[in-house]
Design a protein around this ligand. Structure first.
Ligand SMILES: [Zn+2]
Length: 173
């Protein structure tokens, strides 16, 4: 998936944390959370040579390159996310959850990609959620459609509390 797609997914993760925590979207905490989500969502692609994250975090991407860590392996794994969660424990709860969930949104939507993700790295098994013929290829038209859907969700979620009373009863239960 492209960086912009991951940014939107990361922001959705941040919005979910804000809604769960009953935090108004019109606060500095919310602005900080959305920004953090937007950045954390793209972080895992530091393992992809040439990506923006690899350029921004150059020492880290160079280290991964030297260690011959391939794309969608270590940084996209559950093991790495568990490690990251331990490192981030001192963060305030709001930012901890925004960071971890936004980071996790990355491998989660990469699972829809046709090449799959080594979620259980160092086990090299590639996990893919969709059959190859409908899987979303990076930069393809289907990714554009997917990104638009995410964007709509991202724009609607802040108004969730206003939308909720108008939904059919079965949805609100
Ligand atoms: Zn990725």
């Amino acid at each position: 998936m492209l960086q912009k797609t991951h940014s939107v997914a990361g922001m959705i993760a941040a919005e979910i944390v804000l809604i769960q925590g009953d935090i108004s979207f019109f606060t500095w905490d919310a602005a900080g959370s959305l920004l953090l989500g937007c950045l954390a969502g793209t972080l895992a692609d530091v393992d992809k040579p040439g990506s923006t994250m690899a350029k921004v975090l150059f020492p880290l991407s160079a280290l991964l390159h030297v260690l011959k860590i391939k794309h969608r392996t270590l940084t996209h794994s559950l093991l790495f996310m568990a490690l990251l969660a331990m490192i981030c424990l001192p963060l305030p709860p709001l930012y901890f959850w925004v960071f971890i969930l936004a980071y996790a949104s990355h491998p989660l939507i990469d699972l829809l990609n046709d090449r799959g993700v080594q979620l259980f790295w160092p086990i090299t098994l590639k996990i893919r959620l969709l059959p190859k013929w409908i899987a979303i290829d990076t930069g393809s038209a289907s990714e554009t459609v997917f990104r638009w859907v995410l964007l709509v969700v991202c724009l609607v979620l802040p108004f969730w509390n206003y939308v909720l009373p108008y939904l059919p009863y079965s949805f609100t239960k």
